[in-house]
Design a protein around this ligand. Structure first.
Ligand SMILES: [Fe+2]
Length: 231
């Protein structure tokens, strides 16, 4: 795996940057939540299991979109280019199954056993997060290298558009909830200003309702000022 991208190259459209920042944030937040979980607190256990469930749903839908849209585009230009990541995806599906089983074990564990099961879940989730961090890095370096050599930015934006168009409103809301707060201010504006221009006002306001509680006061002021100027 390469860890450095050459400097000085013109900026290109990065199909992975935003969603991967969101996934990193969601994974880190959920791992910390499970680590500090009081296994005797039934409400906290229920909430932690719901967070893991939502994270795993997002991971599954994300890898399915990559398999369906991005990998065929890569294979069309460079046979085998997506194979390592596709194999990772198969491993991730199995890991998600194991995590869901362990979540069920915690959900139904008698109270004296819960702390030990929660600890096992924390460690297994940590392994899953670690593998995903390395996997996302591979995609951001090796896949972008392939995509940028064979496709223009408009074509990459069209691929991304196919994925976005396939999202349910609920998937869109979960994705934005984690992506937007995890982004740099300029990235937030670049993502949201076109949506503000394109979507009916009540739909965009609904998305902002999901995002707003997770931004700091200063980040929110900056974003709303940027959206006003872009309108
Ligand atoms: Fe992936």
């Amino acid at each position: 795996m390469r860890f450095l991208r050459s400097c000085g190259a013109p900026a290109r459209h990065d199909i992975y940057a935003g969603i991967h920042k969101g996934l990193r944030a969601f994974m880190a937040d959920t791992l910390l939540r499970v680590g500090r979980l009081d296994a005797d607190d039934s409400q906290a256990v229920t909430e932690a299991l719901a967070a893991i469930d939502a994270l795993l749903d997002l991971c599954l839908s994300h890898l399915a979109h990559e398999d369906a849209v991005i990998h065929p585009a890569m294979e069309a230009c460079q046979a085998g280019a997506s194979r390592p990541a596709a194999e990772h995806h198969e491993d991730h599906v199995h890991a998600i199954g194991r995590l869901r089983l362990l979540c069920d074990t915690l959900r139904h564990a008698p109270r004296p056993d819960r702390a030990e099961v929660a600890q096992r879940l924390y460690r297994l989730l940590g392994c899953f997060v670690g593998e995903n961090l390395l996997h996302m890095h591979l995609e951001e370096i090796d896949h972008n290298d392939c995509l940028w050599r064979h496709y223009g930015d408009a074509e990459l934006q069209a691929l991304e558009g196919r994925i976005v168009a396939s999202l349910s409103p609920a998937e869109m809301a979960v994705g934005l909830r984690w992506m937007v707060p995890a982004m740099a201010p300029a990235e937030r504006l670049a993502l949201l200003a076109p949506l503000s221009a394109k979507l009916p006002a009540h739909v965009f306001d609904g998305l902002m309702t999901v995002v707003r509680p997770h931004l700091s006061a200063s980040d929110l002021v900056r974003l709303e000022e940027g959206l006003r100027q872009a309108a």
